[in-house]
Ligand binder design. Structure first.
Ligand SMILES: CC(C)(COP(=O)(O)OP(=O)(O)OC[C@H]1O[C@@H](n2cnc3c(N)ncnc32)[C@H](O)[C@@H]1OP(=O)(O)O)[C@@H](O)C(=O)NCCC(=O)NCCS
Length: 231
């Protein structure tokens, strides 16, 4: 069967359309591969995660702050500049393997803890009365960091607990509760009526501790963080 010029033109047009579509599709495919690769790399190294946290609060006028732990080889010290090194070390040893070191990466390294302590204690709203250190006196002198807690004042009536931590081998002996009670008494002494803190919702031990003193959850908040993951 003879093919007329019309049919030849039609086939040429078809072929041309096919080539253009193929080229466009290849172009988009390569773009999307590159884009995905880029995203993939980003995602592998810095996935964004949202840490769900409870904001808890205690009413100091209702709180029972009488807790005394059993006698032990632990001594509690109020804030003093000389104790900065011990606080930093206690913080680092308490948090380095904990979930909070992912939420707040500075807690996972020694320099970060030092810097954090410097920042907190230099703030105009730092509350020395709510900042306490626990040291072991097992060797006869207080020389080994056991636990730490710091306080900030948000307004005339509201205080905020910062980073309570007890070194793993000393946990479960009432030291965290004692530090918390000492800090809360300090807030009360400077005129605070209520005290806040934040805790990651999976930190059940800490939540138990806060509830055992009388803290109640007042809000759920989200902290945005980046978790580095090796490729
Ligand atoms: C949370 C932390 C400070 C508790 O310190 P601790 O010295 O072990 O606590 P205590 O021995 O004083 O315990 C006090 C109360 O909390 C409860 N508690 C503490 N840790 C607990 C755990 N892991 N599981 C269950 N309950 C726990 C105790 O049952 C106790 O309740 P009770 O008085 O009714 O018996 C300590 O585990 C820690 O440093 N964790 C890592 C850092 C951290 O997550 N800090 C909190 C940041 S928000």
């Amino acid at each position: 069967m003879a093919i007329g010029p019309q049919a030849i033109l039609g086939r040429m047009e078809q072929r041309w359309r096919f080539d253009v579509e193929q080229a466009a599709s290849a172009f988009w495919h390569s773009l999307s591969v590159r884009w995905n690769k880029l995203l993939d790399i980003d995602l592998k190294f810095m996935p964004v995660v949202y840490f769900k946290r409870y904001k808890m609060q205690i009413d100091l006028e209702q709180a029972d702050l009488s807790f005394e732990p059993p006698q032990s080889e632990i001594q509690y010290f109020p804030w003093s500049d000389k104790m900065m090194g011990f606080h930093s070390l206690a913080k680092w040893e308490s948090f380095r393997f904990e979930m909070d070191a992912t939420v707040f990466p500075c807690l996972g390294n020694r320099d970060g803890c030092r810097q954090l302590m410097r920042d907190l204690t230099q703030r105009s709203n730092f509350v020395p009365e709510a900042t306490w250190l626990a040291l072991s006196i097992a060797s006869g002198v207080p020389d080994s960091p056991v636990g730490t807690i710091q306080g900030l004042q948000i307004d005339n009536q509201l205080g905020a607990i910062q980073n309570i931590g007890v070194v793993p081998v000393f946990r479960g002996k009432g030291i965290g509760k004692r530090l918390l009670v000492l800090a809360l008494r300090g807030f009360r002494d400077v005129g605070c009526k209520r005290v806040n803190l934040e805790v990651t919702i999976h930190n059940l031990g800490a939540i138990r501790l806060y509830e055992s003193i009388g803290f109640q959850t007042v809000e759920t908040v989200f902290k945005v963080g980046n978790v580095p993951v090796s490729a």
